[in-house]
Design a protein around this ligand. Structure first.
Ligand SMILES: [Zn+2]
Length: 277
C-alpha cells in the first residue's frame, strides 16, 4: 500500500527546472513592472514550496499545499504589510500550480478545501512535449538572467544565497538519487546547470554569514560594556564599532543586563574597539 502511494506520488511529481524558471521570469518581470525590489533566491524557494507535500505522508500530493485558496490565505497578511512588494513572490508561488503542475503530471486540487476536484491538462511528465516545455522555460530564464545581469548575483557574497540550499536539493536529488523521480536524459543539463550555479552561490555566502555572526557578537559585547555604565558617554561618538547597536535584535539585549554573561563574553576584540571610541 505504502509502495503504491509512493509510486503515485512519483507519477504526479514534476521536475523543479520548469518551476524555478517560471518563478524567476514572472517574479523579475512583475518586479520590474511594479518597480519593486526582487530577491531571486527567495522566489526560487517559493516556486517549489508546494511540493513539500511529497515529503509529508499525511498530506496528499497536489492536495492542500497546491490550493490557490490556501496560497491566498497565507499571502493575505503579506499583501497587507508589503503591498505590491509581495506580488512577485506570490506569482513565483502561484506559477507552481496554475502553470507548471496544471500542464503536466496530473490534476491539482486548486480549490481545496471547497472541492477536491483535480484540475489540469495532465501531459505526461516524461513525454517529449513536457521535456520541450521545461527546456523552453529554462532557456527563457537563462536568457533573461544573463541580460539582467542577475546571474552575477549568484557569484557574489549575498547572505540570501544560502536559501538556495533548498532548491539545490530539488535539482540534485532527482539527478543523483532519482528522488522523488529520476530525471530524463534530456533534462539532465538544466538540472546540472542549476545545481552548479546554486552550489557556488551557497559556498560564497557562507563566509559572509560567519562574518555577520561575529559582528553581532561584538556588538552584544559592546552593548554589555556600555550598559555597565563606564562607557555610556561614548555611545554618542560616531564610532563605526557602535553602529551595530541600532540593528541589534531586541531579544539579545538580555545579555547586556546579565553581569555574568558580560564578564564571560567580553572579548579582546570588543575591548580594542572600545578603546577607539
Ligand atoms: Zn507540485
Amino acid at each position: 500500500m505504502k509502495h503504491r502511494s509512493c509510486l503515485k506520488r512519483r507519477k504526479r511529481s514534476r521536475f523543479a527546472v520548469g518551476h524555478l524558471a517560471l518563478a524567476y521570469i514572472l517574479g523579475v518581470g512583475s518586479a520590474k513592472v511594479s518597480k519593486t525590489s526582487f530577491n531571486t533566491p527567495a522566489a526560487l524557494v517559493l516556486s517549489i514550496v508546494p511540493d513539500v507535500d511529497i515529503l509529508a505522508p499525511f498530506l496528499e500530493h497536489r492536495g492542500p499545499m497546491h490550493s490557490v485558496i490556501v496560497m491566498l490565505v497565507v499571502f493575505a497578511p503579506l499583501f497587507v504589510v508589503y503591498h505590491k512588494k509581495a506580488v512577485p513572490y506570490f506569482l513565483a508561488l502561484l506559477q507552481h500550480v496554475l502553470i507548471g503542475d496544471f500542464i503536466g503530471g496530473g490534476g491539482v486540487q486548486l480549490l481545496w478545501p471547497l472541492t477536491v476536484q483535480p484540475y489540469g491538462i495532465g501531459i505526461a511528465i516524461r513525454s517529449q512535449t513536457n521535456v520541450g516545455i521545461e527546456w523552453i522555460a529554462f532557456l527563457a530564464a537563462v536568457i533573461i538572467i544573463i541580460k539582467t545581469r542577475d546571474l552575477t548575483k549568484f557569484f557574489q557574497t549575498h547572505k540570501s544565497n544560502l536559501l538556495l540550499s533548498i532548491p539545490t536539493f530539488t535539482t540534485l536529488l532527482p539527478t543523483l538519487a532519482s528522488f522523488p523521480l529520476g530525471v530524463p536524459f534530456w533534462l539532465v543539463p538544466p538540472h546540472v546547470f542549476y545545481t552548479v550555479v546554486f552550489s557556488i552561490a551557497i559556498i560564497l555566502a557562507v563566509p559572509r554569514v560567519f562574518k555577520t555572526f561575529q559582528r553581532i557578537r561584538t556588538s552584544v559585547d559592546l552593548q554589555a560594556y556600555v550598559l555597565r555604565g563606564k562607557v555610556l558617554t561614548h555611545t554618542t561618538a560616531p564610532s563605526q564599532a557602535l553602529t551595530p547597536f541600532r540593528v541589534l535584535p531586541r531579544h539579545m539585549t538580555f545579555f547586556a543586563n546579565s553581569p555574568d554573561v558580560f564578564h564571560r563574553d567580553l572579548t579582546k576584540q570588543s575591548i580594542s574597539l572600545l578603546k577607539k571610541c
